[in-house]
Structures are given as structure tokens and as C-alpha cells.
Design a protein around this ligand. Structure first.
Ligand SMILES: C[S@@+](CC[C@H](N)C(=O)[O-])C[C@H]1O[C@@H](n2cnc3c(N)ncnc32)[C@H](O)[C@@H]1O
Length: 250
């Protein structure tokens, strides 16, 4: 099943399914100045990392719609946008992640792109990778794996991604994450100016199941020529970055 995209937003499906992240680097990170991982790292370091550093033992970390794992390179490995671009500069260089993990964790990537998931596993950026169309509930075995990963997660990232998922899918996943009895954190992005009503509905689902912790707003990336036609006068897509926490269990 194809990736669902707001018709006013640029489609990047062919880049997500490439065999390496090099097209993601040249077509998105470079051409559109996709700087948002600097902001993801900044908000992670401010609102989640201090808690992470106090934990003993391995944390379970899930990157939902991870693609080639650029945001995990930023949050888990502490890499900057520039370092990620340099690491992904060519087909050889991209096969070795240049920085080590900053904390002890078991990392799981989830995405519809089998090629991106194969890359994530092969480089060791992720310990586990699940290939699934999250919106397709008929994929029983894969959806069971997703539910188990979410119900076990301590840190849950979904950056520039929930816009692709149906609300029922989002609720099912967030509910599974919320069910674990221990403290746990989610970092999520909302894009502007795309699908604002959907973003509002998504926010309502999130605050139903999780406590709001903090947020920031930043530039995400430049809008493509098609997007600038669809949204006259805008040149940058903006990003809201939210951190939420599991509600304490009674
Ligand atoms: C914009 S990329 C986000 C990558 C990364 N998280 C970031 O912030 O740069 C969106 C990802 O969502 C994935 N995706 C889209 N629809 C999906 C679906 N129905 N199920 C699973 N993954 C999906 C795409 O394959 C793509 O890798």
C-alpha cells in the first residue's frame, strides 16, 4: 500500500524506499535544508536526556516511522544535522554510523520501507527493525510486534511522521505505549502548515493518554516549489516539537 500524503504536501516516497540514505541526504537534508534534527536533539537533551541519565540499565527506545534513522542519530548518538549530512555523504560512508550511542538502550525502528529498515539493522543503528504499514490492521503478525514494542518502550520518538498515520492507528499505538506502568517519554513533531486539523485531532489523542511536559517551535525545512504553490507566501515548513510523559499509575 502506498504512503498516504496530504495532497498539498510534497511526496518523498521514492526517497524513503531507496536502498541507502544518500538520496535522503541530497534531496531532503541538503536541498530542503532539513535542519529539524538539530531541534529534535535540542528538545530531547532538555526534556528527556536528564531523566535518561538517571536510569540504571538498558532503556527500550522506539523510533516510529524512523526511515533511515536520522533522528535517532541525533537523539541517541547526539549527532548534529551537519554530522548526519557528512555521515551520509556517499554509499560507503553511510554504512558506518560515526558516533556511538550516548546511553544504554535497545533500539527498535518501525517503518513501511523494507529498504530503510534493512539499512537501520545492517549499520547497527537499530537492534531491531519492523517493516509494516502501520495503517493496515490486517497485518496481524506485524501489528502484534508493533504493539509489543510500544508496550515495552521507555522512550518513543515519532518525528515528522504522525501525519502519515490514521487517527485510529495513532490511538492504538499511543495507548500501547501508555500502558507500561513505569515512567516513559515521547518526543513527537507536528508540521505546519500541512493538515492542521489532523494535527489538532492528534494532539487531543496524545493528551488523552499522556501528560504534556514541554514543547518548542522551530524551522523544519524549506518548502518545495510544489508546496510554495499550494501555500503562497510561505517558504519554510515549521515544526512543533512536543514531549509527553506517561501518566503516573495509581
Ligand atoms: C518524513 S519521513 C520521517 C523520517 C524521520 N522520522 C524524520 O523525522 O526525518 C516519514 C516516514 O514515515 C514512513 N511511513 C509513511 N507511512 C507509513 C505507514 N503507513 N506505516 C509505516 N511507516 C510509514 C515513511 O516510509 C517514511 O520513512
Amino acid at each position: 500500500m502506498p504512503v498516504k500524503t496530504d495532497e498539498k504536501k510534497q511526496h518523498f516516497d521514492d526517497i524513503y524506499v531507496a536502498t541507502t540514505p544518500v538520496p535522503y541526504k541530497t534531496e531532503i537534508l541538503d536541498k530542503l535544508e532539513y535542519i529539524s534534527d538539530d531541534n529534535n536533539r535540542q528538545v530531547f537533551d532538555r526534556l528527556i536526556l536528564p531523566w535518561v541519565q538517571q536510569q540504571q540499565g538498558k532503556l527500550n527506545y522506539v523510533d516510529l516511522c524512523a526511515c533511515f534513522g536520522n533522528t535517532t542519530m541525533a537523539t541517541v548518538c547526539g549527532m548534529t544535522y551537519k554530522q548526519i549530512c557528512d555521515n551520509w555523504k556517499d554509499e560507503d560512508s553511510c554504512m558506518t554510523i560515526q558516533e556511538k550511542r550516548r546511553f544504554d538502550c535497545h533500539t527498535t525502528a518501525i517503518d513501511i520501507s523494507a529498504n530503510a529498515m534493512a539499512y537501520c539493522k545492517k549499520t547497527g543503528l537499530f537492534d531491531e527493525a519492523i517493516v509494516v504499514d502501520l495503517n493496515d490492521s490486517s497485518l496481524e503478525e506485524e501489528q502484534k510486534q508493533v504493539q509489543a514494542a510500544m508496550a515495552n518502550a521507555d522512550i518513543f520518538l515519532s518525528t515528522a511522521a504522525l501525519v502519515y498515520l490514521d487517527l485510529e492507528t495513532i490511538e492504538r499505538i499511543v495507548q500501547a505505549f501508555a500502558s507500561k506502568p513505569t515512567e516513559g517519554y515521547m518526543l513527537v513533531n507536528f508540521l505546519n502548515p500541512f493538515s492542521l486539523e489532523k494535527a489538532d485531532e492528534t494532539k487531543r489523542v496524545l493528551v488523552k493518554h499522556l501528560d504534556f511536559v514541554g514543547s518548542m517551535a522551530a524551522r523544519h525545512r524549506r518548502m518545495s516549489p510544489l508546496e510554495q504553490e499550494n501555500y503562497p507566501g510561505e517558504t519554510w515548513a515549521l515544526l512543533e516539537l512536543w514531549v509527553l510523559r506517561r501518566k503516573p499509575k495509581a
